[in-house]
Design a protein around this ligand. Sequence first.
Ligand code: CA
Ligand code: CA
Ligand code: CA
Length: 441
Amino acid sequence: MNYNIVLLIGFLYSALLCVVMIFSQNFVYATLNLEKLPTVNDSSIGVKEIGKGLPDSISNIDFLDRNNILALGKTSGEIYLISNEILQPNPVLNLNVSGEVERGLLGIAIEKDPFSIDSINQTIYNELGTSVYLYFTEIHDGNLTHNRLYKYDWNGSRLINPHLILNLPLPPGPHHNGGELAMGPDGFLYVTIGDYEHIGDYRHNGILQNIKNGTAPDDTGVILRLNGSDGSQPIDNPFFSNNTGDPLGKYFGYGIRNSFGISFDPITGKLWESENGPESYDEINILNPGFNGGWKIVHGPISRTNSTLANLTQLHGAKYIDPVFSWKIPVGITGIDFMKSSKLGTKYLNNLFVGDFNNGNLYHLMVNKTRTGLNFDDIPGLQDLVADNNLEQSPIVFGTGFGRITDVKTGPDGLLYVVDYGYGKIDDNPPVHRIFKLYPK
Ligand SMILES: [Ca+2]
Ligand SMILES: [Ca+2]
Ligand SMILES: [Ca+2]
């Protein structure tokens, strides 16, 4: 072939490729509306989408290792595997869930057998090495519906060997089903359960909701601390009872409305929690054993209410604790995690990232020196520990333009992951479900 013709063909092919690329980019712009991709206020950090093509809203993600992520399809009950940033074609598990309103496949915690970690590439494919806890609203035995906690084994490609750890006896609320799970540094499993709110349903005006002479403890509005292997109560639980039938023995804290995020401080090992308020006061709490969060008598700082400690129902050994931070106007706070590396910058190391559902904001919060709260030294409007309005909260807004954030987590690669859906409007059609990785540019 004549050399000039080869050049010409090469040139035409390149030109055609450019047109195709421009067209497809335009197509992508038109479909995904990339101009609304999230941004963060640190020019050294990039944001990219991974696991593209997720078919369902993702309630939570967790990491098998630095290359493999499990993502929970809230409504479908499917669990998706994302390997090396690519969504794999088949779900690794498909559960029979009721996904109405806030029910669904809600929580995951991964427990790794350290002996199965390959010290060279840190990959965990040992069939016996990794347990995966799942919390979901299960449809079972025909048409019964309960929130349940199961333990599965990861065999390298599938979740197998389900063991029922906990069956919550009450019919689940359409709202406030909790479900956030986390393995504590103490080796115990922590489980959040909301107050199962149902408009016009007062069954859950109980002692656990700080209602004096209310209904007996019924596993609503609590955080559990369990032996993951069998759901039994550790003997050092704050309300431990020798009577194994006593529900109090499982509780780490109560007086909680609902939570979509818990995380352990990597320095102190203390449990931090995000909590959703009604028409006022979303909260961030640090939980000591025996925590009473005050709901439904108190939400937000108690000094801003007409109530006193005497109005609360204190179980033996319980202690009311104010939030370390609140939003007066709820933002729909969800995912919360400590940044466990300095890969995005040393100022983020061991400080908090928090997401919201209502505005698609990612917040960055500095922990104070004693790690007993947050540091607002340079933010006058927040020294009362309350963001009273948008102006006051603006210094802690780190990222904007996300959709409805459902989860925020640090990965084993030391980078930050943010999960959202839609573009900030619940009726977006078609909905888009996304996972973002924040990385150093
Ligand atoms: Ca509270
Ligand atoms: Ca304030
Ligand atoms: Ca979460």
